[in-house]
Design a protein around this ligand. Structure first.
Ligand SMILES: NC(=O)c1ccc[n+]([C@@H]2O[C@H](COP(=O)([O-])OP(=O)(O)OC[C@H]3O[C@@H](n4cnc5c(N)ncnc54)[C@H](OP(=O)(O)O)[C@@H]3O)[C@@H](O)[C@H]2O)c1
Length: 391
């Protein structure tokens, strides 16, 4: 991906332009320019470091894709675009499906090998890392099989349906000396680093609450995503709830103490809509809600002791202009528009860079376990009507 400078357009609104924000008569004008400049510098430094590392090694990580999944529409172009990655092969268990997916999503890449078994791809010695977009309940098994073949693994979220499975993945990865990361691509979009920077600047005070909301109306063609019960990885929790929980968690330093959730289930045992609260202690709560039966939202909002920040489009697509808005009790009221970025490509470049340069991936297996622990507890709470203690 081109490492062009990140530009930020900062728009100071009249205070009434963001709903619910009033302006006190004694309110000060807030000047955000210093923060914006810091932000540009830190992003440029990261991108320059990445570029320098790539130039040092001048190597590309050789990727294989395990599964002819729909999400390859995003990932195949991302691997091709990434400066330090090379797409070597794709495999499917359905004869001809790998070739069809290649023709559909990367028609110019006829040199890419196609396999009609997943095992054949794992046996390919010219593949360093695999991207794994199989169905949720198959992630742990095939991550382990890839590790045993000495492959590094970028596994789609959720990495596994139990913490015990992630423990097994961690032990196997350590034994075979490979890296494994859960594919929360959204985290590689610079807009979240910007939110973190705003929080660290102290502008909204101490973080007390986060609300993360993800929903869309499930199209009939995708109803199969609700065909499996939550025990088998089906439903909204494993599909989009994992984003809501992951994004809500990132702003709390404390370990969660309990989870409470409610859900609507359908006949298959999948949840179609779930809401809940993660209790981080001392009155600090993360509220999550997600649904396949509501209009599209993919946003989070952080409320501190002195103001709030909202990220308006967490699933930002390449070309989308990301928007972050924030307000403060003393009358600050700002909307920032960042440059578009492709978080799928940034995720591939990050993981490739880690492997090529011997660094640990930004999303750790402990993070994957922490997310899984909350998901499992939330499902338990929704099923039992109980508050589930985590400590
Ligand atoms: N990061 C994101 O933005 C994002 C978005 C959506 C989904 N995901 C995640 O990515 C993973 C894949 O999701 P998806 O929606 O792309 O999955 P999908 O299209 O349902 O494919 C999942 C797997 O099922 C098999 N498959 C595909 N089409 C099939 C068909 N018509 N009949 C039978 N089997 C078929 C494929 O394996 P074979 O080729 O081996 O048969 C494929 O790898 C999931 O874990 C999901 O949570 C991530």
């Amino acid at each position: 991906m081109a490492t062009q400078p990140i530009l930020i357009q900062t728009i100071k609104h009249p205070p009434s332009s963001i709903q619910g924000v009033g302006r006190r008569p004694d309110a000060k004008n807030y000047n955000s320019s210093t923060i914006a400049v810091d932000r540009i510098e830190s992003l440029q430094k990261y991108q320059n470091d990445l570029k320098a590392n790539q130039m040092n090694t001048n190597k590309k990580l050789r990727w294989g894709i395990l599964g002819a999944a729909r999400i390859n529409e995003r990932l195949m172009p991302a691997i091709i675009e990434a400066e330090n990655a090379q797409l070597v092969a794709i495999a499917s268990r359905r004869p001809g499906a790998a070739a069809q997916t290649l023709a559909q999503y990367a028609p110019q890449q006829q040199q890419v090998r196609t396999y009609d078994t997943l095992e054949a791809l794992l046996d390919d010695p010219e593949i360093d890392a695999v991207y794994l977009p199989l169905a949720n309940h198959q992630h742990a098994e095939w991550t382990l099989r890839a590790i045993e073949q000495g492959k590094h693994v970028l596994c789609e979220k959720p990495m596994a349906l139990t913490v015990a499975d992630i423990d097994a993945i961690e032990a196997a990865a350590r034994w075979h000396k490979v890296s494994v990361m859960e594919g929360f691509m959204y985290r590689f979009h610079p807009q979240h680093a910007r939110v973190r920077e705003l929080i660290d600047s102290g502008i909204i005070g101490e973080v007390r609450s986060v609300r993360s909301s993800f929903s869309f109306m499930m199209r009939p063609a995708r109803i199969y995503r609700l065909a499996e019960s939550v025990e088998n990885g089906g439903g909204a929790m494993w599909d989009i709830g994992c984003y809501a929980i992951h994004s809500a968690r990132m702003f709390f330093d404390e370990a969660p103490v309990a989870v409470t959730a409610i859900a609507k289930y359908i006949d298959s045992g999948a949840d179609a809509a779930t809401s809940g609260i993660i209790d981080f202690g001392d009155g600090k709560y993360a509220h999550f809600d997600f649904s396949f039966e509501r209009a599209r939202r993919c946003e989070y909002e952080i409320i501190g002791t002195q103001g709030g920040i909202k990220c308006h489009n967490v699933w930002s697509m390449p070309g989308d202009v990301p928007v972050i808005s924030w307000w403060t009790e003393d009358g600050g009221n700002v909307e920032e528009r960042l440059s578009p970025a492709n978080h799928f490509c940034l995720e591939i470049e990050h993981f490739s860079d880690c492997i090529l340069n011997g660094n640990a991936p930004a999303l750790t297996l402990n993070d994957a376990k922490a997310n899984c622990q909350i998901i499992v507890a939330a499902l338990q709470s929704a099923a039992s009507g109980q508050r589930i203690k985590l400590v």
